[in-house]
Design a protein around this ligand. Structure first.
Ligand code: ADP
Ligand code: ZN
Length: 205
């Protein structure tokens, strides 16, 4: 849904597990905004220091260009005042400043569309997502298909263990699971971080 009148700010959040189509939906909405000749800027957290620009890429290889930032407070200085729609991908990896920045953007009249994992592989609310979901005007909670039983999947199952802070090359490390099939106890201890798949596979998270 769009803001009810032009220039009215708005926050939409697309939340769900891995493989639920968050990136596809974000890209679809951003491409529609571009077709409507609206100015779009897209931001994603920089998960390593290799690139300053990149793409939002879905598992089905849809993509739109984006700017990579280290922190949420880097978004406002990079904002083109003419921008009408601000896309945020991998919102869960941002710091706690993200909901405030999204609120500021919406107060300036921008349409903010943020996509992110609502829960980590343990089933625990992820980073700034709970607050972002609370302050959003609209929330799309979407599901994947459980790889074990074919039901609707709201959880992400981590399949491998690691002691590394950031693991590059973690393809195949996650799959979508329903509540019944999700095994949070089978996952590594809570002190271990989320793993980050490599940028050179087309996805940075
Ligand atoms: P997300 O950003 O939520 O991780 P993507 O938009 O990147 O999701 O990818 C969604 C696509 O992933 C689907 O359209 C489908 O082609 C593919 N896919 C692979 N595994 C699954 C699954 N278990 N359930 C649903 N879609 C899946
Ligand atoms: Zn299942």
């Amino acid at each position: 849904m769009n803001p009810t009148r032009p220039g009215a700010g708005w926050i939409e959040v697309i939340a769900g597990p891995m493989f639920s189509g968050k990136s596809e939906e974000l890209i679809r909405l951003l491409k529609r905004a571009m077709i409507a000749r609206q100015r779009v800027q897209v931001f994603k957290p920089k998960l390593d220091n290799r690139y300053s620009e990149g793409d939002v890429v879905s598992h089905s290889q849809m993509r739109v260009p984006c700017e990579l930032v280290d922190r949420a407070d880097e978004i406002m200085p990079r904002l083109d005042p003419r921008t009408e729609v601000v896309g945020i991908d991998e919102a869960q990896f941002f710091d706690d400043g993200l909901p405030g920045v999204c609120g500021h953007l919406a107060n300036l009249g921008k349409r903010v569309i943020a996509a992110g994992l609502d829960m980590d592989y343990r089933g625990i609310p992820f980073g700034p997502m709970p607050e972002l979901l609370a302050v959003a005007e609209e929330v799309h909670k979407i599901h994947a298909i459980c790889t074990s039983c074919g039901s609707q999947a709201a959880y992400t199952q981590r399949l491998i263990e690691s002691d590394e802070l950031v693991v590059v090359g973690a393809t195949g490390a996650y799959e979508a699971r329903c509540r019944r099939c999700h095994e949070p106890d089978g996952a590594p201890p809570a002190s271990e971080p989320w793993l980050i798949p490599p940028a050179d596979e087309g996805r940075e998270a």
